[in-house]
Design a protein around this ligand. Structure first.
Ligand SMILES: Cc1ncc(COP(=O)(O)O)c(C=O)c1O
Length: 429
């Protein structure tokens, strides 16, 4: 039996460099997944560790709604094993419309909805639909994955650095200049990595800015400014903050908005792969074609089960209450622990994250040298406190500001307690 490794060129890297396109050569793997692998290796070596790096849910801590898994099994048994329609099954597209009507008070027909295997395919499709090489993409930093998609589509990337005092959310004022030349603008709330939300009045101001910019462009004949509104965490909100949809606040913005959503986070169902985009029907037609070519449909049994879940307000409410409480319990534990230790952080408002600032610059790092970068602080926290966090650099913020993301999707409250004790001891040295 031939072992194909033996047939590889003697210098496989040089071979790959010649074989791949320039774009593929420059493509980066996820930095967060790289950090996760390092953390798992330490844990396997028996080190006490609290892994706050993963943006995923541990199914033991956070199972999906029982009716969703039962629905998937039943749909599989019922023989839903063939290709779904490229735009998603009619029942699910209708369920999304109903859910949005009840939740946000906006009315859309199923022609606005394109279903895919999670949020990522519709996000990438949005970039592909509206950005040509050299077009300007505007996004805020820190934020999730825009840099990767920007590189893939060869866009000119313009970043707007947000401020901790504004919950790491942009203001219309900060966006006004950058949006003038842009083709695509993206915004996510509740936000990964910050765990913060944009206030409805701020969101309305941004929506009005997008409308005004597009009215100006209609006069000049310039192509429209499109807005990708990523709300995959919208059901996971805590406290007084309420999630709002830009089209409910300013309906005139609807032609320019691509809403991105999924069951991944709202129902702890990251592995089931059901997401969707909501966008104007003539644009949705093109997205359907693209999703079809990639074959990035959501599996049919999952679509059938998701449609039933989104129609069932009682099941969603019962699940959501327990899920939010469990997430909030963990985030509050961190919030209180960090407050007690006098560590700067933002009170979590939504999603599964907490923004924390470890200002350990100048203190001796693991190599005995003064720490000057977020990376050196990250390594120190991992080595000395067994606390694994992700620096904001993984979210396209270039500066070493000392800000990190903590994620509670894969940890128990006991693990968090233990981590805070270790952190206190490490900081005391
Ligand atoms: C802000 C944000 N949008 C979208 C996604 C992608 O979701 P999905 O797993 O459905 O592709 C993630 C995943 O971490 C995310 O954090």
């Amino acid at each position: 039996m031939p072992n194909l490794d033996a047939y590889l060129p003697s210098d496989p890297r040089a071979f790959a460099a010649r074989a791949l396109t320039a774009n593929a050569r420059e493509m980066q793997g996820s930095l967060i997944l790289g950090i996760g692998a390092e953390v798992r290796a330490l844990a396997a070596a028996g080190r006490p560790l609290c892994n706050l790096t993963v943006g995923d849910f541990d199914p033991k801590q956070f199972p999906v709604p029982a009716s969703l898994s039962a629905g998937v099994r039943a749909a599989l048994e019922a023989g839903h094993t063939n290709y779904p329609p490229a735009e998603g099954i009619a029942e699910l597209r209708k369920s999304v419309c109903g859910w949005y009507k009840r939740s946000f008070g906006i009315e859309i027909s199923p022609d606005w909805v394109v279903v895919a295997s999670g949020a990522r395919p519709v996000m990438y499709s949005t970039y592909r639909l509206f950005l040509e090489r050299g077009d300007t993409l505007v996004y805020c930093v820190p934020s999730w994955n825009n840099g990767y998609y920007g590189q893939l589509t060869e866009a000119v990337q313009v970043t707007v650095a947000t401020k901790a005092e504004n919950d790491f959310m942009p203001t219309a004022e900060e966006l006004a200049e950058p949006l003038k030349g842009a083709r695509l603008f993206t915004l996510n709330s509740p936000q990964n990595p910050t765990g913060t939300m944009i206030k409805p009045e701020r969101l309305a101001e941004i929506a009005r800015l997008v409308v005004a910019e597009n009215e100006r462009r209609r006069e000049t004949g310039e192509r429209p400014l499109m807005w990708m509104w990523d709300q995959v965490y919208w059901t996971l909100t805590f406290g007084a903050e309420k999630h709002a949809h830009p089209c409910a606040l300013v309906p005139e913005v609807a032609p320019y908005v691509v809403t991105v959503d999924a069951i991944s986070k709202s129902f702890a169902a990251t592995g089931l792969r059901v997401g969707w985009a909501v966008l104007a029907p003539p644009l949705a037609e093109r997205m359907k074609a693209l999703i079809g070519h990639i074959g990035a449909w959501a599996p049919k049994p999952e679509q059938v089960a998701t449609a039933a879940l989104l129609d069932d307000d009682a099941a969603m409410a019962a699940f959501g209450e327990g899920f939010r409480a469990a997430l909030h319990e963990r985030l509050s534990l961190l919030d209180q622990g960090l407050t007690r230790l006098g560590i700067q952080h933002l009170v979590p408002q939504g999603a599964m994250y907490l923004s924390v600032r470890f200002d350990l610059f100048g203190k001796p790092g693991v190599d005995g040298q003064p720490m000057q970068t977020n990376e050196s602080i990250r390594k120190w926290l991992l080595e000395k406190a067994g606390v694994a966090v992700v620096p904001f650099q993984a979210f396209d913020l270039m500066e070493d500001t000392g800000w990190f993301r903590m994620s509670v999707g894969a940890v128990s409250t006991a693990a968090l307690f233990a981590a805070l004790v270790r952190l206190e001891a490490a900081l005391a040295t």
